[in-house]
Design a protein around this ligand. Sequence first.
Ligand code: SF4
Ligand code: SF4
Ligand code: FES
Length: 242
Amino acid sequence: MKYQIDILRSDKTAHISYFQTFFYETDDPSENILHMLQTVSDDPAYKDRDGNLLGEIGFECSCLQKRCGACAMRINGEAKLACGARLSYYKKGRIRLEPLKKFPVVRDLIVDRSVMQDSLKKVEAFRQQEISLPKETDFLAQEASRCLQCGCCLEVCPNYLEGESFLGAAAMVPSARLVLEESPEAAEKVSKSYRKFLYEGCGKSSACQDVCPAHLPLDKLWAHANAAEVWHRKGRHKKAYE
Ligand code: SF4
Ligand code: SF4
Ligand code: FES
């Protein structure tokens, strides 16, 4: 099948931004968008619809198997992982690629997501010393540890705006994990910041859950972390999964 790809090319240093269109043909129904980008970007002779050389496309990737979150971008307007998005899913044959819109663009599909690390520092949702994985039975805390820090959730969150006090699901997940852990010290550490930067700004619409490529049970995480941290009903989250 032949696909028309429209890709937003930008360069923050040159202050330019424009859509470039090219065609891509493949018979492989399992081929994904990340592979397509690698193929055309690695071909110095690949031309766009107008006959201009495509040149190297800026995009990020690492694991190639939906585990690192690096390749998150907007595909036909939806925040997704490019390595998990098959070309054949787009049956109309037109695919629009744009960088995530809630982060500053560095080049083409590369964005600067350092604000997510800043958020984690702000709520102290990280460990400074030993790492202890949750017990097998602590299902929700284990699920929370699968967060990719990809930023897709921030794209759809109506309450997240960079610079505002609410830090969004990407910070809420690691915080909720600490809240739900057994260690009172860990929970105590994030207690105040959980309420101030996360609980109070979240509208609980769960739009974030619909786009999360790791399929984290965000609604359950919010419900049980709020119960523990805001309503002081600690331990209830465990009963639901025993
Ligand atoms: S909660 Fe989901 S969408 Fe948000 S950063 Fe983690 S893995 Fe990505
Ligand atoms: S539930 Fe709604 S407001 Fe809360 S983090 Fe998710 S998308 Fe944002
Ligand atoms: S390259 Fe790691 S999630 Fe896509």
